[in-house]
Ligand binder design. Structure first.
Ligand code: NAD
Length: 431
């Protein structure tokens, strides 16, 4: 059995630094609200860290051992909730950091979910459709009762999508007792519409991001029509954000992904680009833009920059290059603490991940509720609810930041901690 490809020698642990950054962020926000020390210490580590190694039959007849993770950070507000990432660099500490972020995101949005995250260390682009299905199903089986519709509810993230969610759902349902099968459908969210997904989930994260941008513009008396934006990442979050903004008259002048970067001062045709990516898997090869280096991409002048790929993309270096008014974090933790300091010192505003990309988990919550009630809400209802949730939370974060004189990120984390503290104060620590 080949165990090499699924467990490459670890890159020097960037993921540990990522986790340290989120723990430091929590500590900063805890200081803002004078959070009792014992709550801070509970939240500084996940409740459960699950690691599974599982074999998968490959198309060539060989077997490969894969490593998967599920981190359950906190469930004081409700079942663990968070995405699954299929990526060659997926690491334990990365999942821990991302699970922590989910706890704060759900608490901030006042959604009755806790925080979780997980993934498989694999390159989904290098797997055939059948191999991808077998990895997904075997991973789900290995997780076993560690996930569940009232316990821990995965969703799509980098490298996963609605099709993969349906495979997880089907595998999980098939392991349940015959009479209880249908009640297991909501073990995952982000499913296809046909298999119990919600209207509006596919573009929910992007739509939430755009609500934040709209509120930001409104607060400054600006109109978005005629503005320019640059988007890094053209997957679920990046492509939908670009398409919605383009419909609103924002010109997308730069796009980047794992295959490279491109600029087009005239504005990229976002739908054609999405079709191209759907067909080829990457932005490379799209002819109607000119290639750029990573630095040229970050240094290109625009009004808004939207990181929608991976964490740690805006370090001090990129923060010095950016020529924009606003950074809106579509990705989770795309800005390092040093990067954020540089941005703010240069007068560039930042809408943090836990607020900006919370539309995804918000509509995932609607999907979970619909499944539980055997209902199917119309798109209009989902959109109205999402807009209200995003607008209300955006306003709460802005006014808290103004009152306390802190950054929007500190304000968002502090508000989440206030919510968590209320429950810890009332329930106390068992026994
Ligand atoms: P996706 O897999 O659909 O897309 C990821 C994109 O990032 C792709 O375009 C890929 O090419 C690009 N990318 C990967 N590695 C890169 C690199 N080294 N440099 C530049 N680009 C790179 O994933 P997604 O669901 O769109 O998630 C993107 C980000 O948004 C992640 O940080 C994820 O955690 C976050 N997020 C996603 C959701 C959701 O609903 N999908 C919700 C909240 C937050």
């Amino acid at each position: 059995m080949d165990t090499r490809t699924s467990a490459p020698p670890g890159a020097p642990d960037e993921s540990t630094q990522f986790l340290n950054n989120i723990q430091a962020q929590q500590a900063r926000a805890a200081a803002v609200i004078a959070l009792p020390e014992h709550i801070g210490s509970i939240l500084s580590q996940p409740k459960n860290e699950i690691i599974v190694n599982f074999p998968v039959l490959m198309d060539d007849g060989s077997h490969r051992l894969f490593k998967g993770y599920r981190i359950q950070h906190n469930n004081i507000l409700g079942p663990y909730k968070g995405g699954l990432r299929f990526h060659p660099d997926t690491r334990l500490d990365e999942c821990k950091a991302l699970a922590m972020i989910m706890t704060y995101k759900c608490a901030l949005m006042d959604i009755p979910f806790g925080g979780g995250k997980g993934g498989v260390r694999c390159d989904p682009r290098a797997l055939s459709e059948n191999e991808l299905a077998r990895v997904t199903r075997r991973f789900t089986h290995a997780l076993g009762a560690n996930i569940g519709p009232e316990y821990d509810i995965p969703a799509p993230d980098v490298g996963t999508n609605s099709k993969i969610m349906v495979w997880i759902m089907d595998t999980y349902m098939n392991t349940a007792g015959y009479t209880e099968r249908n009640a297991q459908q909501r073990v995952v969210t982000g499913k296809t519409l046909e298999c119990g997904g919600s209207q509006g989930r596919e573009k929910a994260t992007a739509q939430g991001l755009v609500h934040c941008i709209t509120q930001w513009a409104r607060g400054r008396g600006l109109t978005l029509e005629g503005k320019t934006a640059i988007v890094q990442g053209y997957g679920n979050v990046g492509s939908h954000t670009a398409m919605i903004l383009a419909r609103m008259g924002v010109s997308i002048v730069g796009i980047g992904d794992h295959s490279g970067y491109m600029l087009n001062p005239e504005g990229v045709n976002t739908h054609r680009m999405a079709e191209h990516v759907k067909k080829t898997g990457a932005i490379a090869g799209y002819s109607k833009s000119h290639g750029a280096t990573r630095d040229e991409f970050f240094a290109h002048k625009a009004d808004i920059f939207i990181p929608a790929a991976l964490q740690n993309q805006i370090t001090e270096h990129e923060a010095k290059l950016l020529q924009v008014q606003l950074v809106v974090e579509g990705a989770n933790s795309p800005t390092t603490p040093e990067g954020e300091t540089v941005l703010l010192s240069r007068g560039i505003e930042l809408i943090p991940d836990v607020l900006a990309n919370a539309g995804g988990v918000t509509v995932s919550y609607y999907e979970w509720v619909q499944n539980g009630r055997n209902e199917s809400w119309e798109l209009e209802e989902i959109e109205t609810r999402l807009e209200k949730a995003m607008t209300r939370t955006y306003a709460r974060v802005v006014s808290f930041a103004e009152e306390r004189g802190c950054t929007m990120r500190d304000a968002a984390y502090a508000l989440a901690l206030v919510r968590l503290k209320q429950v810890y104060d009332q329930r106390k620590i068992f026994p």
